[in-house]
Design a protein around this ligand. Structure first.
Ligand SMILES: Nc1ncnc2c1ncn2[C@@H]1O[C@H](COP(=O)(O)OP(=O)(O)OP(=O)(O)O)[C@@H](O)[C@H]1O
Length: 267
C-alpha cells in the first residue's frame, strides 16, 4: 500500500500525476491519493473578494486563517474543482476513482481549534473564529471498503471535528496520519519543487536523503509551508511508514520517479 499526496501549488501537472497513477493502479498497485489545492484557493478567494490570510505562529509555522467564508471557498476548490478534476482524469484513464473529503464518513477526524496565535509586527495576537485542526483519527474502514471493492479513493481536506464541524487540516499531515493508519510501506509528498532544498529556491541544493531518526533536524532548511511536509514525514516514519519521499509533480512520471528514489528520500 502506498499513499500519494499531491499538492496544489502552481505548476503541478495533474495530467502527468493521474496518468502515472492510472498506470500503477492498473498494474495492481494498491494506493490512496490525497491532494491539496492552495494555489487555486488563493486565486478564487481573491476573485470572490475575500483574499487569503496567512498567519505565522510564534514557533514559525504558517497556516491559512480559515474563517467561515474562507472555509466555504476552500471547500469549493478542494472538494469541488480539484477533487472532481482529478477523479475525472482518472475515470477517463479507466480507473474507478471515488473523490471524498475528510468530512465524508468522518474519514479524517480531529479537534477543532477555534483560535490561533499569530505573530504580527513583532507582537503575538490571538485570532478567533478559525476553522482549523489536526487529524487525530482516520476512519480506515470506509477506505478499506472502497479499496476492497476496486475503487481508488481520492481524498482531500477538510476533516470533521468531533462535533461534526468542518475543519481545515494540513494535507501533508493528513496524508501522514492516513499512511500510518493504513500501514503503508511508502508515502509520497509531491509538490512543485524537486524535494527539500538545503538552500531554497536553489534547485541544485536538493537534499537527497534524510535518516528516519533525524527528520526534525532538517526543519531548519524548510521555510513556511514546507515545514509541515517535514513534520508530516517525521510523523509518518515514527508511525511505522517505511519511507517518505518528497518528489516533483511538475512533469514526467512523478509517482514512478519518486518511487524510484528521485527527490528527497526519508528512510
Ligand atoms: N527548503 C525548501 N525546499 C523546497 N521547498 C520549499 C522550501 N522551503 C519552502 N518551500 C516552499 O514549499 C512549497 C511547497 O509547499 P506547499 O504546501 O506550498 O505545497 P503543496 O503541497 O503543493 O500545496 P498544498 O498546500 O495545496 O497541498 C514550495 O512551493 C516552496 O515554495
Amino acid at each position: 500500500m502506498i499513499v500519494v499526496k499531491v499538492g496544489g501549488s502552481a505548476g503541478i501537472d495533474y495530467d502527468a500525476v493521474c496518468a502515472d497513477i492510472a498506470n500503477l493502479w492498473n498494474n495492481g498497485q494498491k494506493l490512496v491519493l490525497v491532494h491539496g489545492g492552495s494555489g487555486e484557493t488563493n486565486r478564487v478567494a481573491e476573485a470572490l473578494g475575500h483574499p487569503p490570510k496567512f498567519v505565522t505562529s510564534p514557533s514559525g509555522y504558517t497556516s491559512r486563517f480559515t474563517d467561515r467564508q474562507t472555509l466555504e471557498i476552500f471547500e469549493m476548490v478542494y472538494c469541488g474543482k480539484i477533487n472532481k478534476g482529478i477523479v475525472e482524469r482518472l475515470q477517463r484513464l479507466g480507473v474507478n476513482a471515488v473523490g471524498l473529503s475528510g468530512l465524508d464518513g468522518r474519514i479524517f477526524e480531529g479537534k477543532h481549534k477555534d483560535s490561533v496565535r499569530s505573530v504580527e509586527g513583532g507582537k503575538v495576537k490571538v485570532l478567533r473564529g478559525d476553522h482549523t485542526g489536526t487529524v487525530e483519527k482516520v476512519n480506515t474502514g470506509l477506505i478499506e471498503l472502497l479499496l476492497g471493492a476496486g475503487y481508488l479513493p481520492v481524498l482531500t481536506p477538510p476533516a470533521a471535528s468531533y462535533e461534526g464541524v468542518a475543519i481545515n487540516v494540513d494535507g501533508d499531515r493528513a496524508a501522514a496520519a492516513l499512511a500510518v493508519a493504513l500501514k503503508a510501506s511508502t508515502m509520497l509528498l509531491l509538490s512543485n519543487v524537486p524535494g527539500l532544498l538545503r538552500d531554497y529556491p536553489d534547485e541544485a541544493s536538493l537534499i537527497r536523503s534524510i535518516p528516519a531518526n533525524d527528520v526534525e533536524s532538517y526543519l531548519e532548511f524548510a521555510q513556511d509551508r514546507m515545514k509541515k511536509k517535514v513534520l508530516g514525514a517525521a510523523e509518518a516514519v515514527k508511525g511505522g511508514v517505511g519511507r517518505v519521499i518528497f518528489g516533483d509533480a511538475r512533469a514526467g512520471e512523478p509517482v514512478s520517479a519518486a518511487l524510484a528514489g528521485a527527490g528527497t528520500v526519508v528512510q
